[in-house]
Design a protein. Structure first.
Length: 395
């Protein structure tokens, strides 16, 4: 049971307290699924009662009410008699304990036994404090479908020991998946991912956590310039850089520099360094593509990712010319997503408009989403128009 509408005055506070309250219940011995249900019931009471009678200690209030909700359910459910020893040990109401288990909650939600989509949904629900309806809207699926996904995920992690050490790499991958969903429905998942990564960075001193936060800030800074008024995509080279968020860029660069100074390079720091070089260029023409190629070399060394290899090809096409880019592209698997679009781009830069137009059309048919398909279709149409406007040979 979750509140569908939270008054604006309490929404930020409730969402910030949700993970630590849930973590306290799990630490006391409640299994994850039962604890999460109890916390959501407590949130409903908070929404109803706080506007008229706000508590002095909101976190302590939520812990007390959620624990009682859990105990009530434990008493009522005969299938849970194994928890009766907990029923007799209800802590007295009072200030919430100072220990913060939110970090363990991150690790639990990113448990390797969960699929990526389930881990993302559970993180948004348990750590982010979003309702099932909000998460369903963000992922464009029915609320019932998302409820089932979250319920299965909760059952999966309910038997996991809460003090089991987690893998920060998996947590970061989940947060990056959230970020890459961008903006859909009434929830800006990119902004939510930044909020959660800030929260994680405050709890763990790790250069890759800082690297991911820097990467998110640098990418999100370009958000206002990414789409035209009609909703169409605007490529990086054509974006109005005056619309970029300079404050977010400055913060991202500062976080990145501090992380790089620790000399423990990881893939998110390398990606952030590339984003910082784009952000540093006053115009597209002044981009330091030679340095970007060097950073992609580091990124490929760290990950071996075919996607990073493909992005490196684009950088090579700028740094060393389109034919060098096409030569590098020839060494990659032509079934890679966006391989055809990169080929079209490099052929256009090389002046072969006919081949580029044909490849843009092919890439549009392969596009993973409507916005990208429209963009590539327009690119093909633009080149075909240019070709038709050219005078015939000999004129």
């Amino acid at each position: 049971m979750t509140p569908h509408v939270i008054p604006e005055m309490n929404e930020a506070l409730l969402r910030s307290l949700t993970p630590s309250v849930l973590a306290i219940l799990v630490r006391r011995g409640a299994d994850f699924a039962a604890a999460e249900d109890a916390v959501q019931d407590a949130l409903v009471e908070a929404v109803r009662g706080w506007p008229a009678d706000p508590p002095r200690d909101p976190k302590g209030w939520l812990v007390t009410v959620a624990w009682r909700k859990f105990l009530d359910q434990a008493r009522a459910d005969t299938a849970r008699r194994r928890r009766e020893d907990l029923v007799d040990e209800e802590p007295a109401p009072g200030p919430a304990p100072a220990v913060d288990d939110t970090l363990q909650l991150y690790f639990l939600c990113a448990h390797p036994s969960l699929t990526p989509s389930s881990a993302v949904a559970l993180t948004l629900r348990a750590v982010g404090g979003l309702t099932t309806r909000q998460i369903a809207q963000a992922y464009l699926v029915p609320e019932a479908t998302m409820a089932q996904r979250i319920s299965r995920a909760k059952r999966t992690v309910s038997g996991v020991r809460f003090d089991h050490s987690g893998d920060v790499t998996t947590v970061l991958r989940v947060l990056y998946l959230v970020f890459n969903e961008g903006y859909t429905g009434d929830v800006d998942l990119a902004a939510e991912a930044i909020r959660l990564t800030r929260q994680l960075a405050a709890r763990i001193d790790h250069p890759e956590v800082a690297g991911l936060l820097a990467l998110m800030l640098l990418h999100h800074a370009r958000q206002p310039a990414r789409t035209a008024p009609d909703g169409s995509l605007v490529p990086l080279a054509e974006q109005d850089r005056g619309r970029w968020d300079t404050r977010a860029i400055a913060e991202g660069v500062a976080i990145l520099q501090a992380a790089l100074a620790r000399d423990r390079l990881g893939e998110y720091q390398a990606q952030a360094a590339i984003a910082a070089l784009h952000a540093d260029a006053p115009t597209a023409e002044e981009t330091d593509w030679v340095q970007i190629v060097e950073w992609y070399d580091e990124l490929v060394r760290l990950t071996g990712s075919p996607v990073h290899r493909l992005n490196r090809v684009v950088a090579v096409g700028h740094a060393d010319g389109p034919r060098a880019g096409l030569a590098a592209l020839a060494a990659l698997d032509d079934t890679l997503p966006r391989h055809t679009a990169v080929a079209a781009y490099l052929h256009e830069r090389d002046g072969d408009l006919a081949t580029a137009a044909r490849l843009y059309s092919e890439a549009a048919r392969e596009a993973p989403n409507h916005a990208e398909r429209d963009h590539l279709t327009r690119q093909a149409a633009r080149l075909n128009t240019r070709r038709n406007d050219q005078p015939p040979p000999g004129h």
